[in-house]
Design a protein around this ligand. Structure first.
Ligand code: SF4
Length: 67
């Protein structure tokens, strides 16, 4: 799985951090910080939730594991 977090559209709502604190953090301005862009497959549900809940659609992911 690959995750991207678009800091240009993030509005700092923090839903991603609540959904998957092991994968997302926020900087001092509240902007998303991606902690792990290629997490294990067992993180899929948390990533789906984070992407679904993000109000600015800043989080995208692919489920395929490509090098
Ligand atoms: S949920 Fe979306 S808008 Fe909120 S901090 Fe995370 S990436 Fe940014």
């Amino acid at each position: 799985m690959r995750i991207t977090a678009d800091t240009a559209v993030c509005i700092g709502a923090g839903q991603c951090v609540l959904s998957a604190p092991a994968l997302f953090d926020q900087d001092d301005a509240g902007t998303v910080v991606l902690l792990n862009g290629q997490p294990a497959a067992d993180s899929l549900e948390a990533v789906r939730e984070a992407a679904y809940l993000c109000p600015s659609r800043a989080i995208t992911y692919t489920e395929t594991s490509q090098p």
